[in-house]
Design a protein around this ligand. Structure first.
Ligand code: GLC
Length: 510
């Protein structure tokens, strides 16, 4: 019991083992309290044996068997096919109007704006042909407020940053952009947008924690154009693209064996190149001919609302129900960087509640939702020291908590379980596309990007292991590789491809 509640003068405390909470005083004021849960000097710590017992429980909750994975792959493939046949499906399988692969000979100067889940990036890309390019860029961090304020304000901010970037990169300022010249622009907007043409896109729904009002259901390309006019930015928006589509095209530009692209970042999604006749829902495209079109799957929405196929634990359900979009993006919520740290934090909080962890310590810092960054998972997993000094550092520095070696070993193992599940589920999505397209025998390269893929040690290996669990040794034919900058370079290549296509009179109205 806390020492506070033993004092008769104090209002009664709710019975919780946690170290923090609040009570309403008779005056109506709210008092936040942070207490130690034990008063003993010698803090009782969970021992090795109890931590091992707990680990066994979480191991069975977070481990996916090959058989379960194959079941998921099957359901996933059905979902992808339905999405191509019918409009308005939960996994929307969005036609992107990017027709086929780049030749590698696309050339010229292009601007790219990338509104991602965490940053806004503006780039000037010079495509030099032969798969080569040069890039100059500026990055701006998006604040949590910006993600929730009026949609038009968000696009105004993008236009303002782009305008400043253009000014600081004109020839007279030592840059490459000629004054008075109108530059083609590719806009990477990495949220599900249904497109009627390549320079149009109606936002189906916000994902990754964004919630800016008056944007869902609106044409975001038109909103951005309005902002570009307002800030007098000398550009022409040629193409609205998704980061996965950009990654697919940029990866193929430098590595032509690429057939699929996956983003493992704040969100998780994939794109691939589909045969035109297989996209049954596609209407009349007008004059022209082409064999293929890139599809932005928006696979993060797999199993949303119905929750029939994915193995959700109670922690996943809490993440979902407390998110700004309950029920949605079910697959993404088990995989992407926005959520993994939170899943692990919820397990830790459960063990605090059960009186297993951090007895006698003040735990309020770790009780705040989303404080446990996914980057901590990779740091914990890659701690090479016997004493797990990195983990000591994370817990003392960020959460003012002391840990025993047994606890630290447990955290490291738990991080591994959560990260491994994410990688194996991702393998299921990749396998569904591979199955659908018949790529297993000939094999294919999967261009992958995003913080999780790039910074989480062993993530790629675990995806590969997962593919072998699903397909047997043939799974080795499917190999992921780090993709070069899809949302910058990819969007420039797509802007160039679009310009070339329209100049050649192919499907000029889309
Ligand atoms: C979310 C978005 C999707 C994007 C992905 C990766 O899933 O809905 O459009 O590709 O995150 O950034």
């Amino acid at each position: 019991m806390s020492s506070l509640s033993q004092n008769p003068q104090r209002p009664e405390m709710p019975s919780s083992r946690r170290g923090s909470g609040s009570v309403v005083l008779p005056s109506g004021q709210t008092l936040a309290y942070h207490t130690r849960t034990q008063d003993e000097e010698d803090l009782p710590h969970a021992n090795k044996k109890t931590m091992a017992d707990h680990l066994r429980k979480y191991d069975s909750l977070f481990t996916l068997t090959p058989q379960r994975m194959r079941m998921i792959v099957e359901a996933f493939r059905d979902t992808l096919e339905t999405g191509l046949q019918k409009k308005g499906q939960i996994v929307p399988m969005i036609p992107t109007f990017v027709f086929g692969w780049p030749t590698g000979e696309e050339k010229g100067d292009f601007l790219a704006v990338d509104l991602g889940g965490t940053n806004l990036r503006v780039c000037l890309v010079t495509l030099q042909g032969e798969g080569k390019f040069e890039l100059t860029q500026s990055k701006y961090r998006l604040t949590e407020e910006q993600k929730q304020e009026e949609g038009q304000k968000l696009f105004d901010f993008c236009a303002e940053c782009l305008g400043n970037f253009v000014k600081s990169n004109i020839v007279s300022a030592g840059g490459k952009i000629e004054e008075g010249k109108n530059i083609p622009l590719g806009f990477t907007f990495s949220y599900p947008c249904s497109q009627e043409r390549i320079d149009h896109g109606e936002l189906i729904r916000w994902t990754k924690g964004f919630g800016a009002p008056n944007t869902e259901g609106h044409d975001v390309a038109a909103m951005f154009r309005e902002a570009l006019v307002k800030y007098e930015v000398p550009v022409t928006l040629e193409a609205l693209i998704n980061d996965t589509t950009g990654t697919l095209i940029a990866s193929h530009y430098v590595n032509p064996s690429t057939k699929i692209a996956v983003i493992f970042g704040t969100g998780c999604n994939a794109a691939y190149m589909e045969k035109l006749p297989a996209i049954e829902k596609l209407g009349n495209l007008g004059e022209g001919s082409a064999d293929e079109m890139a599809i932005n799957c928006e696979w993060g929405a797999f199993d949303s609302f119905e929750h029939e196929h994915l193995p959700r634990t109670k922690y996943d359900i809490i993440v979902d129900e407390t998110s700004n979009k309950p029920g949605e993006q079910s697959f993404e919520k088990l995989i992407s960087g926005r959520y993994l740290g939170e899943i692990l934090r919820l397990v830790i909080c459960e063990l605090i509640d059960e009186g297993v962890l951090f007895l006698g310590q003040n735990t309020y810092k770790i009780e705040i939702p989303y404080v446990f960054d996914t980057a901590f998972l990779s740091l914990m997993e890659s701690d090479p020291t016997d004493e797990l000094l990195m983990i000591i550092g994370i817990f003392t520095h960020f959460f003012a908590l002391e840990t025993t070696l047994a606890e630290r070993q447990f955290f490291k193992a738990l991080a591994k379980l959560v990260g491994r599940r994410a990688a194996r589920l991702s393998a299921c999505g990749i396998a569904a596309i591979v199955n659908k397209m018949g790529y297993l025998e000939e094999g294919c390269s999967v261009g992958a990007d995003g913080s999780l893929y790039n910074k989480y040690p062993g993530f790629a290996d675990r995806v590969h292991e997962g593919l072998v669990d699903i397909f047997g040794v043939k799974g080795k034919n499917i190999v992921t590789h780090h993709a070069e900058d899809g949302s910058g370079v990819g969007s420039a290549i797509i802007a160039a491809m679009t310009k070339n296509r329209k100049d050649a009179g192919i499907f000029v109205n889309v």
